[in-house]
Design a protein around this ligand. Sequence first.
Ligand code: ATP
Ligand code: MG
Length: 496
Amino acid sequence: MPAWLDQRARLTPERTAVISGMERRTFAELAEEARSIAAKLAGLGIEKGDRVAFLMQNGVHTVTLIHGVTRLGAVLVPLNTRLAPREIAWQVEDCGAKVLVYDQVHREKAEAARTGTPDSGVNMIFWQQLLQQREMGIELPARVSLQDLHTIMYTSGTTGRPKGVMLTWGNHWWSATASALNLGLDPHERWLAAVPLFHMSGLSILIRSVIYGMTAVVHTRFDPVEANRAIREEGVMIVSVVGTMLTRMLDELGEEGYPDSFRGMLLGGGPAPKPLLERCAEKGVPVFQTYGMTETASQIATLAPEYSLEKLGSAGKPLFPAELKIVKEGQEAPAWQTGEIVVKGPNVTQGYWQREEATREAIRGGWLYTGDLGYLDADGFLYVMDRRKDLIISGGENVYPAEVEAVLLAHPSVADAGVTGIPDSTWGQVPVGFVSIKDGADFHENELLSHCRERLARYKVPIRIHPVKELPKNASNKLLRRELARWASQGEWARR
Ligand code: ATP
Ligand code: MG
C-alpha cells in the first residue's frame, strides 16, 4: 500500500489530523513533521526494523513521533509512563531498542532507567534534542508492506510479566477497517483520545485517524469535565473509555446530556459493571461495549449500536474479518456454556517478541487462546466473565470475581473493590472482598455483606470484606488480584 500518512496527506491535506490543547495540525503538516522526524532518526543511525521506544505524555509531539518512527519503517515501542524505571529498563532491553525518546515530563524517569540498562547500548534522547538533530537526506519508503512489523506493544502485566506483542501494519489496518465496518464512519468524525497513546486504545485512534481521515482530539490526561466539554462543545463524536473514566464522566454530566451528534462511548479494557451500563441507558448515553486486548490490536468484538439495549452487558459479536469461539475441555462449547474465549482474525498478532514458548502456548492451530472466560448466548453474542486465572471455585461452583466486584461497586459508599479466593477446608476456596471507601463515607462490613446477599447467590458472597486505603493496581490501572490473594493469605490487608 502507499505509505499511509503520505497517502492521507495527498487525499485530504487540509483536514485537521490532530487537536491537542491549543495545538492543531492538518494532515499535510503532520506528514511533513513526520517526514522530518524520520529523517532525523535516520541521522541517528536508525534503519527499517530497528526498535524505537518512547516515554512521552499525550500531545501533538507524541503523535508526530509515532508517525515519524513508523514513516521510517522502524518499529514503534510505546512505553507505559507509569512504569517504574526498572520496568522500563527491562522492556527496553527485552525489545533491543536502539533509541528511547522521552519528553520533559519523563526526563527523570528516563535518566533513572538509563542507569538500569548500562549494557543495552540504547541511545536515550530528549525530544527537544531530537528536534535539533540534522536530517539525513534519505528517501523514505513510498510503500508499506502489511506483513512488516509496525509496533511491539507490551501487555499490561496483569497476570504476569508483560509480553511484547508484535503487531504488523496489517494487524492495524484490519483493526481500523473492521471497527469502521461495525461502528460506521461519519464524514465529520472526531474521536477523543483521553486514554494514553502508549496503550492500544490510544494508539489505535491515531491509526484510525490516518486511515479514515478523521480528527483525533488528544487530551494530555483524562479529566472528566474536559472530556464532557469536548463532546458538548468541540464536536467529539466517539470517546474511548474504560469503566472508571465513564463513571467519572457520568458523575460530572449533571442533568443535561450529550448533543445528538455524539455517537457513543467505546467502552473496553476490562469488565463493564452492569450497573454502570444501566446508568448509561437511563441517562441516554450511548455505549459500544467492546472486548479486545493488546494481542488483537484493540477491539475484536464490539456490540453493534442497534443491540446496545437489548443485549446490555454483552461485548457483541466478532468484527467482520474476525472469528470467535468458546472452548471448554478442548471442545467448542455450545451456547450459554462458559469456557475460554478463543479468537482468530487478520488483526490478531502472530506472537510475542522473542517469547517462543509463550507464543506456542497462546496461539494454537491459528487461534489465539485469550485466557479469558466467557460464553455466547443463543444469538451468538459474547459475554465476558473474567480471566481464567482469577476464577474462584467454591464448593464446585464458579465464582467470577468481576461479578462480585460489580455488586460491591454498586454500593454508594464503595469507591473501589477487588475480590479474590482464599483456600477453605470445606469449600476448597471462598471469596473475600477488599474495598476502598469514598471520602466522607463509613465502612460497615455487615451492611456491605447484606448488600451482597440481596444481589448474589450465597456461594458468591464474600466471607469477609476488608477495608483498605487503595487497591493494588498495575501501571495500566488494572486490579492486581494476585496481589490481593497475597494480602489475604498473609493477613497483610490489615496494614493497608
Ligand atoms: P497481561 O496480558 O500482561 O496479563 P492484560 O491482559 O491486562 O495484561 P491488556 O492487553 O491491556 O493486558 O488487556 C486485555 C485484557 O483486558 C483482556 O484479555 C481481558 O482480560 C480484559 N478485557 C478487555 N475487554 C474486556 C471486557 N469487555 N470485559 C472484561 N474484560 C475485558
Ligand atoms: Mg493479557
